[in-house]
Design a protein around this ligand. Structure first.
Ligand code: UD2
Ligand code: MN
Length: 587
């Protein structure tokens, strides 16, 4: 910088002066302005407030964040090593039988799991570079956590691999304990050998729910016993990627009312291949729900992605899958933990999603935290009172959190409607009191502020139900392709119980109910009718507008043609009021 004050050798002075200024600018950028500066660590918008002056600046060192258990060195050729798939090769008849039995019991490949090391690593860290650069303040430091894993007849190898995976990845200093809560398993090995096996691991405890009551009360049991400041819940068939825990705890330190989930990666149920994080993901998913109260995934809207300054920032999500998440223990208690009268499985995730948002909390996905989970083919669990227990849980949450919007749900789920009518969903008065006590906002606020992208059907549409043709006594029907609803599919007329529900909207659309945005679409050229994405505008597209005539015909005004059943098909044809095949009614 002295160059700036040199007058005797102006040229040399100027060069030094520029270099000096550049150096100062570099210092400023890297120490103060850059998001990587110690004053602004990645992901931490601000350093948590502390009144204590004895809290010096500085980050945890790698040494301080070391896990409790070092992984044994892995033979790269071992089955499933580095998260690779298990390849069975030719199997003997006995092996094939074992394989089949394991799959039937768990709805994933237990045979493969049993042959993969309980200590396998998942390979190199392939997260986004921002995640790898992220540092965490040592003071005030990260809160410690109890990891709670509930299970019912989980396969031994997946359960234990979940436990070891936590011990191999979670920093010892932050992991208070792992609590395994058995929801009354009947498998002998789980009943007799678990305590002995985990005793040597010192910080792993087993609690047992005597009677099978389901994952909700089991998690509550774990939460009550937990000694950590944060509760971290995992399913009993997970594997954690390096660095998964710290970002969750850091977000809670920064924002104690945040309920945070990791990004969940798939562990292939057929061969236990763990899908690795991608450094620059093209797609991000968040949780949603449809009006049958089914949880699902959807792409995160551009706006939400733009709100984030870098990869370490949380993604807000309207709902969460509910199995893998961390929450401050005191906030969990404050916000009403769980509805302890929900039974067995299902619904608690939507209940908690609505509750957290409506009562002032935040529900977020932290993309730098990645955990693998085996998504089963279908649920292997039996439910003592049949599968209507799941619907009963949904009715409980609708009754407490959804105000008048619950009617949309009842319209689409007849089992739910009858549970409501017969008043057989138990007492929800305590949960309603909780909503009062916490002065929670209403469901309309939730829809407008948290999930404005969703389609909200009319609470009481003038007409809805299955649309039946009087001539053929058949109902409008589309078979979804595999698991998905796709536009472009032809509409038929069938006599299937599963034939869809439609509703006649105020925009004159005939729209598939339960929130999937598909509308009855006329193609006068081909004289046919299919389902297409509904027009997002105020007015319906001309091909998607329909009027019900006095003679019960369904007419598309722009083409002047009417809907008619013709055998199993639905066609668009000239309107003839006398024809029964053109008469339709909602049933
Ligand atoms: C998803 C969630 C799960 C839960 C459920 C809805 C993820 C990845 N998973 O379940 O956490 O929110 O939706 O309720 O978000 N279990 C019991 N007792 C039972 C049934 C299950 O303890 O009666 C255990 C089971 O061993 C497992 C967990 O609960 O650890 C979740 O069950 P799952 O894995 O069969 O269901 P999943 O992943 O579809
Ligand atoms: Mn699961």
């Amino acid at each position: 910088l002295s160059g700036c004050f040199r007058v005797t050798r102006p040229v040399k002075g100027a060069v030094f002066c520029v270099l000096g200024l550049c150096f100062l600018l570099h210092c400023y950028i890297s120490y103060v302005a850059s998001p990587l500066s110690p004053l602004h660590p990645v992901g931490s918008v601000e350093r948590p407030n502390t009144s204590s002056s004895s809290c010096p600046l500085g980050f945890y060192s790698k040494e301080e964040l070391k896990p409790r258990l070092q992984r044994p060195l892995q033979d790269p050729g071992a089955p499933g090593a580095h998260g690779k798939p298990f390849l069975s090769g030719l199997m003997t008849q006995q092996e094939q039988q074992e394989n089949q039995k394991g799959f039937n019991k768990n709805q994933f490949n237990q045979f493969a799991s049993d042959r993969i090391s309980l200590h396998r690593d998942l390979g190199k860290d392939t997260r986004h570079p921002d995640c790898m650069k992220q540092k965490f303040w040592r003071c005030p430091g990260l809160p410690n956590t109890s990891v709670i894993i509930v299970f019912h007849n989980e396969a031994w190898s997946t359960l234990l691999r979940t436990v070891y995976s936590v011990l191999h990845t979670a920093p010892a200093a932050l992991l208070t304990e792992i609590i395994l809560v058995d929801d009354a398993s009947t498998d002998d090995h789980l009943k007799t050998a678990l305590e002995e096996h985990v005793e040597k691991l010192q910080i792993v405890r087993v609690l047992r729910q005597r009677e099978r009551k389901g994952l909700i009360t089991a998690r509550l049991m774990g939460a009550q016993a937990a000694r950590g400041e944060v509760l971290t819940f995992l399913d009993s068939h997970c594997e954690c990627f390096d660095g998964w825990l710290e970002p969750l705890l850091a977000r809670i330190a920064e924002q104690p009312s945040a309920v945070v989930s990791p990004k969940i990666n798939i562990i292939d149920r057929n061969n236990l291949w763990v899908h690795k994080p991608v450094p620059r993901p093209q797609r991000y998913s968040r949780g949603n729900f449809d009006w049958r109260l089914k949880f699902g995934w959807e792409a995160v809207p551009e706006e939400e992605l733009k709100r984030r300054k870098n990869e370490t920032y949380p993604i807000r999500t309207p709902t969460f899958a509910g199995g893998l998440f961390a929450v401050s223990k005191s906030y969990f208690e404050h916000i009403g933990s769980y509805d302890d009268q929900m039974e067995f499985w299902g619904g608690e995730n939507l209940e908690m999603s609505f509750r957290v948002w409506q009562c002032g909390g935040l529900l977020e996905i932290i993309p730098c935290s990645v955990v693998g989970h085996i998504f089963r083919k279908k649920s292997p669990h039996t439910f003592p009172n049949g599968s209507s227990v799941i619907t009963r849980n949904l009715v409980r949450l609708a009754e407490v959190w959804m105000d008048d919007y619950k009617e949309i749900f009842y319209r689409l789920n007849r089992v739910a409607a009858s549970i409501f009518k017969m008043n057989s969903f138990g007492d929800v008065s305590e949960r309603r009191q909780l909503r009062e006590k916490l002065r929670c906002k209403n469901f309309s606020w939730y829809l407008n502020s948290v999930y404005p992208e969703t389609y909200v059907p009319d609470i009481r549409p003038t007409m809805y139900g299955q649309l039946e043709n009087s001539g053929w006594q058949c109902q409008l029907d589309v078979k979804k392709t595999k698991k998905h609803w796709e536009p472009g599919q032809m509409v038929t007329c069938n006599n299937r119980i599963e034939a869809q529900y439609y509703e006649y909207t105020s925009k004159q659309e005939i729209r598939l109910s339960f929130g999937i945005k598909l509308c009855l679409h006329a193609d006068p050229g081909k004289a046919s009718v299919c389902l297409e994405w509904c027009h997002p505008k105020e007015k319906a597209a001309p091909e998607q507008a329909w009027i019900f005539t006095e003679t019960n015909q369904v007419m598309n005004p722009s083409s002047g043609k009417c809907l008619a059943a013709a055998g199993g098909n639905v066609i668009l044809t000239s309107c003839k009021s006398a024809e029964d095949s053109q008469k339709w009614a909602f049933i």
